[in-house]
Design a protein around this ligand. Structure first.
Ligand code: COA
Length: 390
């Protein structure tokens, strides 16, 4: 297998983009990534999208977007794994380059969620849960994560204030991200006093409904060293794991087993431990999700994740900054694009190009992107690599 590098990244400003079409949102990010990579062609493309059909009535995205890029007849593949669609699209691109099937590959993600009303968006998202055992009973994603939060609070003593601390931290990080949807400082009191969504989760515990896209360009590491004007970032590990979709069928509702499995595989592939990481971008679709994820990644012991944000451990300047981009909470969560945007942030950090939100001396970065309540997880580890040979 060949070693793989990321040589270009692109993303547009996320939010309610009513004046832009689904394909235009995607094309802006894709062309930005191609331009950043300094290439004039890609040999194949992958696009992560959870539900083009329910959000904008458009499927068959592989062909549509390859044409939109002006690079048809290249192979264009749409990848779906709920909110992990972007991360899984990237993994397919990594495998294609590593296997020698293609040299220069675009991995991208897009979702346009605000053309439908809140009820329709909630329905579209709920199709990623177990229809028969969860959705038919009236449960929604905020409701499912609320149950996970309750179990964690009752078993480990995690407090309402600790959930709020995650939102406070990620909104503080997102203030420094000019592409984030909600660039605003929030206090723990504001989070705890915001509108109830599904007890104990409140409005400011939730990721928003977002329109947006992100894209990255990959090629073999050896080619990157010769071709790219940018310092290449090596893909040190790519891992994917699954779990039972229905929450009640899991061994433990307060444990993200798929994240634990994918992380263990990824650390082994990269030959590092959690202690070596400089930062992580993780799937904080709800505040409780970040707490569960950092435990499953081994950044804290099981049951101890609640204290991490408030103690400063996972804040900028802390031992292991988590979500320097602002995370899904502040940056936004256009579900199919989220996993790719995490990778864009990791690449910027490892190139030393993250501006005011730069993590000092970043060498190893991890991204974790999950679908549903964690029935699928994709974990990638990246390393800053040596640049062009002179
Ligand atoms: N964070 C911060 N502010 C938010 C927000 C969020 N997550 N969601 C909405 N807002 C703001 C809006 O900008 C708006 O502000 P304004 O009154 O100043 O204009 C206000 O809150 C109300 O927005 P609205 O769009 O009416 O909210 P809503 O009640 O329809 O939806 C949620 C709020 C939390 C229910 C919705 O964002 C949601 O479902 N989020 C979860 C998405 C999800 O499940 N994703 C998949 C994860 S697995």
């Amino acid at each position: 297998m060949r070693e793989v590098a990321v040589i270009g990244v692109g993303m547009n400003k996320w939010g309610e983009l009513w004046e832009k079409s689904h394909r235009r949102i995607w094309t802006e990010a894709a062309l930005a990534a191609v331009d950043d990579a300094g290439v004039d062609r890609v040999d194949a493309m992958y696009v992560g999208c959870m539900s083009g059909g329910l959000f904008v009535g458009q499927e068959h995205l592989g062909a549509l977007l390859a044409d939109e890029l002006g690079m048809g007849p290249i192979p264009g593949t749409r990848v779906e794994s709920a909110c992990a669609s972007g991360g899984l699209a990237f993994r397919q691109a990594v495998l294609a380059v590593a296997a020698g099937a293609h040299d220069i590959v675009l991995a991208s993600g897009v979702e346009k969620m605000t053309d439908v009303d809140g009820g329709a968006a909630t329905y579209a998202l709920s199709t990623a849960a177990d229809q028969e055992y969860e959705c038919y009973q009236g449960i929604t994603f905020p409701g499912l994560y609320a149950m996970m939060a309750r179990v964690h609070m009752e078993r480990y003593g995690t407090t309402r204030r600790q959930l709020a601390d995650v939102a406070v931290k990620n909104h503080a990080h997102g203030l420094l991200n000019e592409l984030a949807q909600f660039r605003m400082k929030v206090t723990a009191e504001q989070v705890m006093g915001s509108a109830a969504v599904a007890d104990p989760l409140r409005l400011l515990d939730c990721s928003p409904i977002t329109d947006g896209a992100a894209a990255v360009v990959l090629c073999p590491l050896e080619m990157a060293r010769k071709l790219s004007k940018q310092p290449p970032v090596r893909v040190a590990a790519s891992a994917h794991a699954t779990d039972r979709i229905a929450l009640h069928e899991r061994d433990d509702m307060a444990d993200l087993a798929s994240t634990r499995h994918a992380a263990a595989l990824a650390y082994k592939q990269a030959g590092i431990t959690p202690k070596d990481l400089s930062f992580c971008e993780v799937h904080d679709c709800f505040t409780i999700a970040e707490i569960l994820v950092i435990e499953a990644l081994g950044l804290t012991a099981r049951g101890k994740g609640g204290a991490a944000a408030g103690s400063g451990l996972t804040a900028q300047g802390g031992k292991i900054p988590v979500n320097p981009s602002g995370g899904l909470k502040s940056k936004g969560h256009p579900v199919g694009a989220t996993g790719i945007a995490q990778i864009r942030e990791a690449v910027l950090q490892l190139r030393g190009e993250a501006g005011k939100r730069q993590v000092p001396k970043a060498r190893w970065g991890l991204t974790q992107n999950m679908g549903g309540t964690g029935a699928s997880t994709v974990v990638h580890i990246f390393e800053r690599a040596e640049g062009r040979k002179r």
